[in-house]
Design a protein around this ligand. Structure first.
Ligand code: DGT
Ligand code: CA
Ligand code: CA
Length: 573
């Protein structure tokens, strides 16, 4: 058994958290965080690369020192530096600092003043009312902490979709190789492309269900068999993720797929339609009396109850059944509609790719354009650009564009929205850019009213194009900040601004339901990867998943436009 990438990444993430609370050098903390991301995102297992004798230090985002630490983890299963810092600071503190309203400094205060050492201690301190009495805390912070704690508890039981994919794909390959297996599909929330999954639900078509079950429980990553029957089983994998497996004959595969894809709410609505037509529907098929009238494919099953095929991403009972009945289903955007990426970093700020690498990677995937949007100066830990350095980058992009054939690098910046609603760089330099993505990176704790006004004021500036990661949420880590997105979306539409669907796996921000709100209000979005290395351009798929779940179509997304049409949309100034 070998350590997975996500397990290694978690160790570096924890190390970064605890060091940050200790007040360690922010650049060092950042290096560990970058390494954690680079490892988690790498499609190949670190342990496999080591076994092949590869030098990990050559991977982007990983230097010599970190490569040595990964090697140590691979051989011992532990990271000494992490064990050391845990002797100085209790482990739970790392989790606490991600609770909204806390952060490293406040966690340190809680430790020192109230001897808070764990989430349970924090809950006790909240109940005792002592937190609001602490210097610089107050009742409002206390409320935020209480809400944040609930969020942490709820999130901790779920796994992000992209981590789930790393776990699901090798298991699916393994099951496909079992004798007699015809199809294998990961159904459930995974197939509906929810941003996180509670567990995996795997459906197998095979005439020999018991053989499939036997092979399934023998999979090397299984640590516990929760249930085992003739055609079904549930296990826990080493990652802690539960997997439910069902084997069905091919003749029922479509009906079973529909049932186990869910959502539960969608299934219930589908069943109502069937009942109305005097049919019975279950995981074995659609029946009129005792006669099975459909079951082999989903399309056939939907058709039997008078509905067109409904894309899995839409199956949340959020109006898709009514739309299907009225023949008014959306035609959700697809990855192949995307003509470019509008949010990317290079080595000029905190990216791992040079300008040239980024252009090459974007060209390799057939993009018509790619925007360079390095950070602005306030974000010093990300080595943000000041006016002088941004001007230099603009000149470098002009030179690069002269050499490029068939693709254009757009000049952009990810500009901090300051607390007073001004932007972190002056208008004259921003006016020289093709676009800006504007973002909140500090003062997350402002009141809903102040946060909203802050963004509205920034949007009044003629150089504001796209509001990046509009809620600031980090899945399982940081709740969205308080902000009135409905007002912001309306204002954006009126001003010709756009909102981003940030496709980073831990952001997915806008979320699916906020994409729906954007559609309802009529503001367009940019689906962007926020790439820090060339392989991050692959995150586009994750952003598209959420856009599809939010019913967005090709015309709702600005980076499906050709360059000329995009430029017209961005030309506010
Ligand atoms: P998750 O795992 O929390 O991310 O969400 P799901 O949707 O994967 O839910 P899960 O794993 O509990 O069940 C998988 C599918 O099985 C679910 O999407 C629909 C179906 N299902 C489960 N329980 C019920 C039920 O009580 N009634 C109906 N109609 N379908 C159900
Ligand atoms: Ca599930
Ligand atoms: Ca399940």
């Amino acid at each position: 058994m070998s350590v997975t990438n996500s397990e290694i990444a978690v160790m570096f993430e924890e190390l970064a958290d605890l060091l940050e609370i200790e007040g360690a050098n922010p650049f060092r903390v950042r290096a560990y965080r970058n390494a954690a991301r680079a490892i988690a995102d790498n499609p190949k297992r670190m342990t496999d690369l080591l076994a092949e004798g590869q030098d990990l230090a050559r991977l982007p985002g990983i230097g010599k020192a970190i490569a040595a630490k990964i090697e140590a983890i691979a051989s011992t299963g532990t990271l000494r530096q992490l064990a050391d810092v845990k002797r100085r600071i209790p482990e739970a503190m790392g989790r606490l600092m991600h609770v909204r309203g806390l952060g490293p400094k406040r966690v340190k205060t809680l430790c020192a003043a109230l001897q808070v050492r764990s989430v349970e201690d924090l809950q006790r301190a909240l109940r005792s009312g002592r937190i609001r009495e602490l210097e610089g805390f107050g009742e409002k912070t206390e409320k935020l902490i209480a809400q944040g704690l609930q969020q942490v508890a709820a999130d901790e039981r779920r796994t992000s979709w992209s981590v789930a994919r790393q776990i699901a794909e090798p298991l699916v390959d393994y099951l496909r190789a079992v004798e007699g297996v015809r199809h294998v599909t990961v159904a459930g929330s995974y197939r509906r492309h929810r941003d996180t999954v509670g567990d995996l639900d795997i459906l197998v078509a095979s005439g020999k269900g018991s053989q499939v079950v036997q092979r399934f429980v023998a999979y090397e990553d299984v640590v516990r068999v929760v249930a085992q029957g003739r055609t079904r089983s549930s296990v826990i994998l080493r990652s802690g993720l539960q997997v439910d497996l069902r084997a069905v004959p091919e003749s029922s595969y479509g009906a079973a797929l529909l049932y186990f894809t869910g959502s539960k709410a969608h299934n219930i609505a589908v069943r109502k339609i069937a009942v109305r037509r005097r049919l019975k529907i279950n995981e074995y098929g659609v029946f009129r009396g005792d006669k099975r009238v459909a079951g082999k494919t989903e399309t056939e099953v939907y058709a039997a109850i008078g509905l067109p095929f409904i894309e899995p991403e839409l199956r949340e009972n959020r109006g898709e059944i009514e739309a299907a009945e009225a023949n008014a289903l959306p035609d959700p955007i697809q990855l192949r509609h995307i003509k470019g990426d509008l949010h990317c970093h290079t080595t000029a700020s905190d990216g791992m790719q040079t300008l040239g690498d980024l252009a090459k990677a974007a060209q390799a995937r057939g993009y018509e354009y790619v925007a360079v949007t390095d950070h602005s100066k306030r974000l010093t830990v990300a080595h943000g650009l000041n006016v002088r350095r941004l001007r230099r980058q603009i000149a470098a992009i002009d030179r690069l564009n002269e050499k490029l054939d068939g693709m254009v690098v757009l000049k952009g910046a990810e500009v901090d929205i300051l607390e007073d609603g001004t932007l972190d760089l002056p208008n004259d330099v921003l006016a020289a850019l093709d676009l800006t993505v504007c973002a909140i990176h500090h003062r997350f704790e402002l009141s809903r009213h102040k946060q909203t006004e802050r963004v509205l004021r920034a949007m009044d500036l003629p150089c504001f194009n796209v509001l990046a990661h509009p809620t600031g949420r980090l899945l399982g880590e940081r709740a969205p900040y308080e902000i009135d997105l409905e007002r912001i979306m309306q204002a954006a539409r009126e001003r010709g601004c756009f909102l981003e669907v940030n496709a980073q796996p831990q952001r997915l921000d806008l979320s699916d339901t906020l994409c729906m709100l954007a559609k309802e209000i009529g503001v367009k979005v940019a689906v962007s990867t926020d790439a820090h290395r060339a392989t991050d351009l692959d995150f586009m798929e994750l952003g598209i998943h959420q856009a599809r779940r939010g019913w967005l179509e090709r015309t709702d997304v600005i980076n499906t436009r050709s360059l000329g049409s995009l430029r017209r949309l961005l030309g506010r100034h």
